[in-house]
Design a protein around this ligand. Sequence first.
Ligand code: ADP
Ligand code: MG
Length: 310
Amino acid sequence: ATPVGLLAGTGRGAQLGLLIRGPEVLEDTRRVGTVVLDKTGTVTAGQLEVTGVHAFGPAEDGPASDDDARRQVLLLAGAAESGSEHPIAQAIVDHAREVAGSLPDVRDFASSAGGGVRAGVEGTAVVVGQAAWLAENGVNVPAEVRDRLRAAQDSGSTAVLVGTAGTDAGAGRATGMLELRDTVKDGSAAAIARLRELGLRPVLLTGDNPGVARQVAAEVGIDPDDVYAGVLPSGKVDVVKELQADGAAVAMVGDGVNDAPALATADLGIAMGSGTDVAIEAADITVMGSHLGQVVQAIELSRATLRTIK
Ligand code: ADP
Ligand code: MG
C-alpha cells in the first residue's frame, strides 16, 4: 500500500508544476546523491544563435567574393539542416532564412545523432556537423580546418563544419564553418548552488564540445572535474552507469531525444516540460515550467514528504 503522505506529496508536486509518475518516485528521489544535468535546453536555454559564418578557400568554380562564399555556406547549411529538429539546426535555418529569404529544397536527408546532417541541395550532397561526421561522408578535413574549428570551440562557441560529400570522383571539400552561441537560463546558477547546499553533486553532461561545456560549467558553478563533454547519445547511458558505480543514486535531468536512454537508466529521470515527448515518456518526473529551480523543488518536496511520513 502507498503511504498517504506520499500520495499527498504527489498532489503537492502537481501544485508546484511537477508531474510525478507515481508516489513511489518520491522515495527514489530521496536517495539521490548525484544530479546529472544535460547542457543544451536544460542548463542553457537551448535557443542558439548563429554568431559567425566563415568560408574556407574559394573553390575554383566557387563564388567570386568572400561575402558570396559566406552566403553560400550559410544557404547550403540552412537547406541541409531544414530536415533536422536539433537546436543547432533550428538556429542555422532561422539565420539562413533571415539572410536569404527562402531556402532551396533538399533530397535524401540523413542525420546522425551527435554527428550532424547530410542532404542533397541543388545537386550537391551537403554535410554539416562535427569533423568526424564530415570525414565519415568522404570530406577531406585538413589540419588548418580542424585547428580553426578547435579555436572556435575553445573560445566557447558551438561550432560546426560545412562541406560537400565525397563522390566516386574524389574527396569532398570542407567549405566553411558556422559558430553558434547559447545562453545559460536565468536561475540555473542559483538552482545548482542550492543542489550543493542540499549535499548533492551536480554533473554536466553534453554532446557539445569541451570548450563550450567548460565555459557553461564555470558560469553555473559546476566543478570542471564533473564535466563530461563530446559524449555521444549512446555514451550518456554509460556516464550514468559510471556515476552509479560511485555509490550514490543518480538523477538525470534532460530534454532531448538523445537524453531518453539516460533518463531511463538513471535511478530518477527528470524531463523538462519544454523537451521532446520521448524524453518526457522516459522520465519519472516532468518539470512543467522548465526551470532548474523546479528540479530542486522536486528533491526538496520528496525530502519533506518522507520526513512527514516517518
Ligand atoms: P547535446 O548533448 O548538446 O544535446 P547532441 O548529442 O545532440 O548534443 O549533439 C552533439 C554534437 O553533434 C553537436 O554539438 C554538433 O556538433 C553535432 N550535431 C548534432 N546534431 C547536429 C545537426 N543537426 N547539425 C549539425 N551538427 C549537429
Ligand atoms: Mg538537451
